[in-house]
Design a protein around this ligand. Structure first.
Ligand code: SAM
Length: 206
């Protein structure tokens, strides 16, 4: 994998609102963060990407995981910031509240999951490489990650790189994250619907 971004200046990882994230996420938001047509594309992507019966980590999760309803998975673990959202997510077998911007190490054993998902949330991580390296360790040797992105965000909480760089470079940035976190390869999938929010997915092999 080529080295996509050699330099990632520290200011790219700064945010307008640098207060602790638990203030911002204290109130549950039972909303969808992308259009329904885009969600349908994402669910369809997961239908082919994820293996039935697999153990999943839904990292930066909320009350929805966008998984195909007719496919049974093994254990589905959620990690997020709001307990009420996570408690109301019908797909999660277990979940924890954990602030990855305070402690970028995910609290899971090594080789626990077949797949990890980060959906429309990567832009909120201030230490993404440490987080992704820890996710990689929690994946089985043939495990994979999917990082789905769109163009919406909470502007005060998204790092400046995601506000300043055009979409193509944001995708390259996420590929660089994976490379630097030790993933062996990455791939880009454009699953944007004809109308509605775009859907850009970067996958990586552990
Ligand atoms: C835009 S929502 C996306 C939620 C869900 N993945 C979805 O597809 O609808 C952003 C999510 O990132 C999580 N998040 C934001 N900052 C976080 C942090 N510092 N540590 C862990 N999770 C965080 C929040 O709990 C929230 O659920």
């Amino acid at each position: 994998m080529p080295n996509h971004f050699k330099n990632m200046p520290p200011h790219w990882f700064q945010r307008q609102d640098e207060s602790a994230d638990h203030h911002f996420y204290a109130q549950a938001r039972m909303v969808q963060h992308i259009d329904l047509t885009t969600i349908a594309e994402l669910t369809e992507f997961y239908r082919h990407f994820l293996r039935q019966g697999a153990d999943l980590l839904d990292c930066m999760s909320s009350w929805v995981s966008h998984l195909p309803e007719d496919i049974e998975f093994g254990k589905i673990t959620g990690l997020g910031m709001n307990a009420e959202e996570l408690r109301n997510n019908p797909r999660l077998s277990n979940w924890c509240v954990h602030d990855l911007n305070i402690d970028p190490v995910c609290p899971f054993p090594q080789a626990e999951f077949d797949y990890a998902l980060i959906t429309v949330s990567i832009q909120y991580l201030i230490k993404p490489i440490e987080v992704l390296a820890s996710i990689r360790r929690s994946l089985k040797p043939d495990g994979q990650i999917s990082i789905a992105m769109s163009h919406r965000c909470f502007p005060t909480k998204a790092i400046s790189a995601f506000q300043m760089l055009p979409a193509e470079q944001r995708i390259e940035l996420v590929k660089t994250y994976l490379e630097q976190a030790g993933f062996s390869s990455s791939e880009f999938h454009d699953r944007s619907p004809q109308s509605g929010d775009p859907l850009w997915i970067v996958t990586g092999k552990a």
